[in-house]
Design a protein around this ligand. Structure first.
Ligand code: GDP
Ligand code: ZN
Length: 445
């Protein structure tokens, strides 16, 4: 990741996976040169701006020149503070790849993962915490996590820490000035003032720490969520899988009002097994009930157990519940197979009433979760470790100050706390930390 900044880099920014809009991003000194021969511009822009253009690079694929919007930043006002171009067009992988290939034929090279963001970071656009927030945004699965990432990007976590750092630097300057005048016994800061400021800084670090911890709370367990229409037998199946009468089972539709969560060990992994709320009123239109079935728990599931009643066809909403989940994060289960034989042989046939298919379902869950990608957020772990170290150093500084152990000792601890805070805020970012962080970015970010 020590790639030269003078290189002009290109990557597909988004749209390769079927999004409506596709974006090709180019950054570097020769950004304009590498598109001018295959992008037909009405007016080559001199300032930042959006222009309509036609791409000739895609003629072989699209059969004709492709209309696109070209965003051009000729100077340092771009994300990377380098001349940059974004070509916005339809989200088709072959078309976008043709454009990337054309840019590469004209002097650009493929960007490495995270290279755009690395440039933004090196240009001072982002501090390390913000860069990590970008990473969080990319990783974000649930909405809550996304919001948190965005708040962090806006400086939610980094600006209070940056402020604490600034205060500590000042404090250190006072202390060191005092140390230089030890003979004269000039006090640049009173002991009470010193303690108060150390306390403030420690509070600030502890607060950031709790925010960071709060971010992951509840996210640590893999969530396996039973979902489906009211009365299909979710709660009965849930009980059968956990092997006890934990969920309320009722004959009336919509009795399970709240989601119910049980922590169980399955295939050697501790997981949260979640029974979703029953949904009252199914007489709303299919769109609406589909929305209701897709509750927040369901959308945040690591693995979705989609329950269909073996005795009837799946409704639009039930089908959608299945279709909306990625293939490696869903299992299809037929319920009440004591009453009917399911049409689809590839799904798991269960009956909570007679205990059919329960072990099979447990095995299938174990197999699926074993294949889930590692979810641990290494950067959050690293940030937390640094903050813990900083808090500890500040604590030592405080007790050294209170017991009059000498300002040298206080200064040493403050310096250690500053180094740790610097790791988080980005003032001190060692190469290997950067490598770890930026190689986790998606290409094009
Ligand atoms: P939920 O609303 O999807 O959670 O469904 P419940 O588990 O509360 O079950 C709804 C109704 O279906 C209850 O009357 C259950 O007794 C019945 N039921 C659940 N599982 C089975 C099963 O495997 N076979 C039969 N025959 N009935 C079942
Ligand atoms: Zn239920």
């Amino acid at each position: 990741m020590s790639a030269a900044l003078e290189d002009t880099i290109v990557a597909i920014g988004s749209g390769a996976n079927g999004a409506l809009r596709g974006v090709v991003r180019i950054s570097g000194p020769a950004a304009y040169d590498c598109v001018k021969s295959w992008i037909a511009l009405q007016d080559p822009p001199e300032h930042f701006g959006r222009t309509s253009a036609l791409s000739a690079a895609t003629a072989g694929v699209a059969d004709r020149q492709l209309p696109c919007d070209l965003y051009y930043w000729p100077d340092q006002r771009s994300y990377t503070r380098q001349p940059s171009i974004e070509i916005h067009t339809i989200g088709s992988r072959p078309l976008l790849e043709e454009m990337v290939a054309a840019a590469c034929r004209h002097g650009a090279r493929m960007a490495e993962p995270g290279e755009f963001t690395l440039r933004a970071f090196l240009a001072g656009r982002l501090d390390l915490t913000q860069a990590e927030a970008v990473l969080g945004v990319i990783d974000a699965e649930g909405d809550a996590r996304l919001k948190q990432s965005l708040a962090q990007l806006a400086g939610g976590l980094s600006s209070p820490l940056a402020e604490a750092r600034r205060q500590l630097l000042e404090l250190l300057a006072h202390l060191e000035a005092g140390l230089d005048f030890v003979e004269e016994d000039i006090e640049f800061i009173t002991s009470a003032e010193l303690c108060a400021q150390l306390n403030d800084a420690r509070d600030c670090v502890e607060h950031a720490l709790s925010q960071l911890t709060g971010r992951d709370a509840g996210d640590e367990l893999i969530k396996v969520v039973f979902c489906g229409a009211p009365n299909v037998g979710k709660s009965s199946l849930f009980n059968a899988v956990i092997g006890e009468e934990a969920a309320i089972v009722a004959d009336l539709a919509g009795t399970t009002r709240d989601t119910l969560q049980k922590t169980i060990v399955i295939g050697g992994q501790t997981i949260a097994l979640i029974d979703t709320a029953g949904q009252e009123e199914v007489d709303a239109g299919p769109q609406q009930s589909a929305q209701r079935l897709g509750s927040e728990q369901v959308s945040r599931a690591d693995l979705r157990i989609v329950c269909w009643d073996a005795g009837r066809e799946a409704t639009f909403a039930e089908q959608k519940l299945w279709d909306d989940a990625p293939a490696d994060r869903r299992l299809l289960v037929y319920t009440k197979c004591d009453l009917a034989t399911p049409g689809d042989q590839s799904a798991i046939a269960t009956s909570a009433a007679v205990g059919q298919g329960i072990l099979e379902l447990r095995d299938a869950i174990a197999e699926r979760i074993a294949q889930l990608p590692e979810t641990e957020d290494a950067t959050a772990v690293r940030c937390r470790a640094s903050l813990e170290q900083a808090a500890e150093s500040l604590m030592s500084a405080l007790s050294a100050a209170e017991s009059g152990l000498g300002e040298e000792l206080v200064a040493v601890e403050i310096r250690m706390a500053l180094a740790e805070l610097g790791r988080v805020v980005g003032a001190i970012a060692t190469d290997d930390i950067l490598d770890v962080i930026f190689s986790r970015f998606c290409i094009g970010k």
